[in-house]
Design a protein around this ligand. Structure first.
Ligand SMILES: [Zn+2]
Ligand SMILES: [Zn+2]
Length: 307
């Protein structure tokens, strides 16, 4: 079974603190890494957590505020220095790409690998062999996007005892049924749903980026296993959240509840809070399954039984 993990590289907002770096979160799945935002210092954390510099990799950028993108160049250079050869895909608002190209020209940076630049859009943005990335517009002070990583549904479980009971002999006919094709045995037709269980949904991880909460986002995150949501402010600083187009921990919890998420991870905390436990307590009153991210935290997204 494929292991799906989320590694929090940076969990502060705007400025780093003693214990929290700038926003950057990695989804690790077998040989593959999906990095969501790339704040300054991401390359150091990347190496520290052994995320690998030549893996199949995607970078998803939510918006072009410096604290979410300033780490890209350093990460690309480190990858190049370690002779990366695999193409790297970056999904971002299109303006990012002209900034990257210009900076690389000015600094005479040549990379050992190709960078595929994909402009973010609504709906499915990237299709992998067994996963996809979807995007939806968020609501921040500048153009900002939220993302969902989702595994494609896996085929249902084949029941050999049922197949034998129906008189279907083991062999090629079994594999045909497993692949969703009907078979004929002794002049009688058998359909896959007679011996194969229902498709098992894949796991889903949602990431808000910087945003005000909205019903639209709650729909976008519907049914995610893990919702990573910004909670820059505590409830007492709601006016600041409103003014700066961020969310409070309580608002993050309201989105998680409305979306029917299984678990909520709060991140992107304002540097003004020395401790974030009060924010977690506020959120838990609305959505119980809430935890606060900290730098270096690793969470496994479990594959539930029967799924
Ligand atoms: Zn931010
Ligand atoms: Zn921002």
């Amino acid at each position: 079974m494929t292991k799906l993990e989320v590694v929090f590289l940076g969990t502060s907002s705007a400025v780093p603190t003693k214990n929290r770096g700038l926003p950057s979160i990695a989804i690790r799945r077998e040989g593959q890494v999906i990095l969501m935002d790339c704040g300054e210092g991401a390359q150091e954390k990347f190496v520290k957590h052994g995320l690998g510099l030549n893996r199949e990799m995607l970078i998803l950028i939510t918006h072009l505020h410096g604290d979410h993108v300033n780490g890209i160049l350093g990460l690309l250079q480190t990858m190049s220095m370690s002779q990366r050869v695999r193409t790297l895909t970056i999904v971002a608002p299109a303006e990012l790409f002209s900034w990257l190209k210009t900076t690389m020209e000015v600094l005479h940076i040549g990379l050992t690998f190709a960078v595929r630049m994909v402009a973010v859009k609504h709906g499915v943005i990237v299709r992998g062999s067994d996963f996809r990335i979807r995007g939806a517009r968020a609501s921040h002070s500048i153009e900002s996007w939220s993302y969902v990583f989702e595994e494609l549904p896996r085929p249902g479980i084949f029941d050999p005892a049922k197949a034998l009971a129906l008189g279907i002999p083991e062999g090629r006919k079994w594999s045909s049924l497993q692949r969703g094709r009907s078979v004929v045995v002794g002049g009688k037709r058998f359909h896959p749903n007679q011996v194969v269980g229902p498709k098992r949904p894949g796991r889903r991880v949602g990431y808000s980026g910087d945003t005000r909460p909205s019903k639209r986002l709650a729909r976008f995150f519907s049914g995610v296993d893990l919702l990573i949501y910004e909670s820059t402010f505590a409830a007492k600083d709601f006016d600041k959240a409103l003014e700066r187009k961020h969310s409070t921990a309580v608002e993050a919890a309201e989105v998680a509840k409305e979306a029917g998420a299984k678990m909520l991870v709060l991140t992107h905390f304002s540097a003004r809070y020395r401790r974030v436990d009060p924010l977690v307590s506020e959120a838990r009153r609305v959505f119980k399954e809430t935890v606060a991210a900290h730098d270096g935290m690793t969470l496994e997204v479990p594959q539930l039984n029967g799924r």
